[in-house]
Ligand binder design. Structure first.
Ligand code: COA
Length: 425
């Protein structure tokens, strides 16, 4: 079966997490992704957070599946020449260098267009145009400047970042969407275009509901926040703890075993539609009609009391028992699952959102597969490339160099030390 992007060739000039997330997704959708890496070193993540000596780290392998690796020192004349030849015959180039890096290399947008007017040049930067546009940005910086940190955590504690990589992986996903749309538009215009995604924009987009609340504040307190009705609101959206953030109040509640298990908790939503069943389940059937509890408005005046009563019930059961009782009643809830529990979940393996991959240096490891499924373009997860693994293949079969040209490229040192660069074909 052909894959959705089977005829798309991508020059992947990305590193660390944000850019590689984007190109990995496109590779899973069938694009031929050629990762350009510095000879001898490669993407810096190959050696960061290493768990197995001398093997590519999980940091790298889990972000670079289904790609090919070509080592090129693009600061040498021959290296830049080979990269430019690749640009001429590719559909997309993706990069997430610090601002100005591509220009310094001589690859301005004008130059890239000159080489190939059909190419899409897709970039991730920390910020869009403005006072911070020259700044370097990593994940947690993006979470801070995009509004996530100021609205995450608890009122009486420091701003908090989340473990979900909303700045890096989130922005990579945005870029992938932009690239696919630009490829689609090219079908009618015949032209490539620039696609830009800023990490600050990406995080702010995910914090849309908090900007909603900033404006709601002008018209009164935010009744679904834990600060209501006893605390006070200032002039900006406060940290909401574990409140639901929507029209149906919710909270994280202790379950049996919470004293020793840091994840013995469940998220419980007191959805108005099923309030009667909630009352019955927790042994408070009289709350169905009690004016102090019967309406959402009344419950918002007493959120602490409502959740304390529900928690008194959830603490008598494990999080999975709570789930088993509530689900048949359509009461929305979800256990707090640890990474250990997720990694062992057979249902997640069955759908291939968790996949085991074999790797020549490190053996088998677990990774996250594609989070979106296409019935006509199923993704098959293959291991990340070793550094320069596809040098020979790409010079011969993609750039179509003859033996003399290959020898010249190797002699130049642009691919690294000559003996090691063509070992694998
Ligand atoms: N051959 C030769 N040189 C290469 C090369 C290659 N194959 N690949 C990269 N380089 C060089 C670049 O030319 C650049 O050199 P220069 O500064 O002399 O021009 C340098 O390596 C890489 O630059 P930079 O992007 O600044 O790397 P960094 O490690 O200092 O910064 C980031 C890392 C992530 C902070 C920065 O790239 C950034 O802000 N990127 C945009 C936002 C982003 O994506 N952040 C999230 C990352 S998960």
């Amino acid at each position: 079966m052909t894959k959705a992007l089977h005829d798309v060739r991508i020059v992947d000039f990305t590193h660390v997490q944000s850019g590689p997330t984007c190109t990995q997704l496109l590779a899973w959708l069938g694009a031929d992704v050629i990762k350009i890496e510095r000879p001898g070193v490669g993407d810096i993540t190959r050696s960061q957070l290493r768990d197995v000596p001398a093997a590519d780290s999980l940091y790298f392998t889990m972000l670079n599946h289904n790609k090919r690796s070509l080592t090129l020192d693009t600061k040498t004349k021959e290296g830049l020449h080979l990269l430019e030849e690749l640009i001429r015959i590719s559909d997309v180039m993706v990069e997430n260098f610090a601002p100005g890096v591509l220009d310094r290399m001589g690859l301005t947008w004008e130059r890239v267009q000159e080489l190939n007017p059909r190419i899409i040049l897709a970039s991730i930067k920390g910020f869009g145009p403005g006072p911070f546009e020259e700044c370097k940005v990593y994940e947690n910086i993006a979470q801070c400047v995009g509004g996530a940190a100021s609205t995450t955590g608890f009122d009486d504690a420091v701003p908090t970042v989340t473990g979900a990589q909303i700045g890096d992986s989130g922005t990579g996903i945005n870029l992938a969407l932009g690239i696919v749309a630009a490829l689609y538009q090219r079908k009618t215009t015949g032209r490539g275009q620039q696609v830009m995604a800023s990490m600050q924009d990406g995080v702010l987009n995910l914090c849309r509901v908090k900007l909603r609340d900033q404006q709601r504040l002008q018209h009164g307190p935010l009744m679904e926040y834990p600060q209501y009705p006893h605390g006070s609101f200032g002039d900006t959206v406060p940290r909401a703890g574990n409140a639901s953030g929507g029209g149906q109040p919710g909270s994280i509640l202790k379950c049996k075993g919470w004293e020793s298990d840091p994840n013995a908790y469940i998220y419980f939503v007191t959805q108005a539609q099923v309030w009667g069943d909630i009352c019955d389940v927790i042994g408070r059937p009289e709350w169905r009609t009690d004016p102090g509890y019967a309406t959402l408005e009344a419950r918002l005046q007493n959120q602490d009391g409502v959740f304390a009563a529900i928690e008194a019930w959830t603490m008598t059961k494990t999080k999975f028992e709570v789930m088993a009782i509530l689900n048949p009643l359509d009461i929305p809830c979800g256990p707090v699952l640890s990474m250990r529990e997720l990694a062992a979940d057979p249902a997640l393996h069955a759908t291939e959102i968790l996949v085991e991959v074999d790797h020549p240096e490190r053996g088998r490891y677990l990774t996250v597969g594609i989070p979106v499924k296409l019935s006509d373009s199923p993704a098959e997860i293959t291991r990340s490339p070793l550094l320069g693994e596809h040098n020979a293949d790409i010079l011969r079969n993609v750039l179509k160099l003859d033996e003399a040209a290959i020898e010249k490229a190797l002699e130049s040192g642009a691919l690294g030390r000559k003996r090691s660069t063509m070992a694998v074909s």
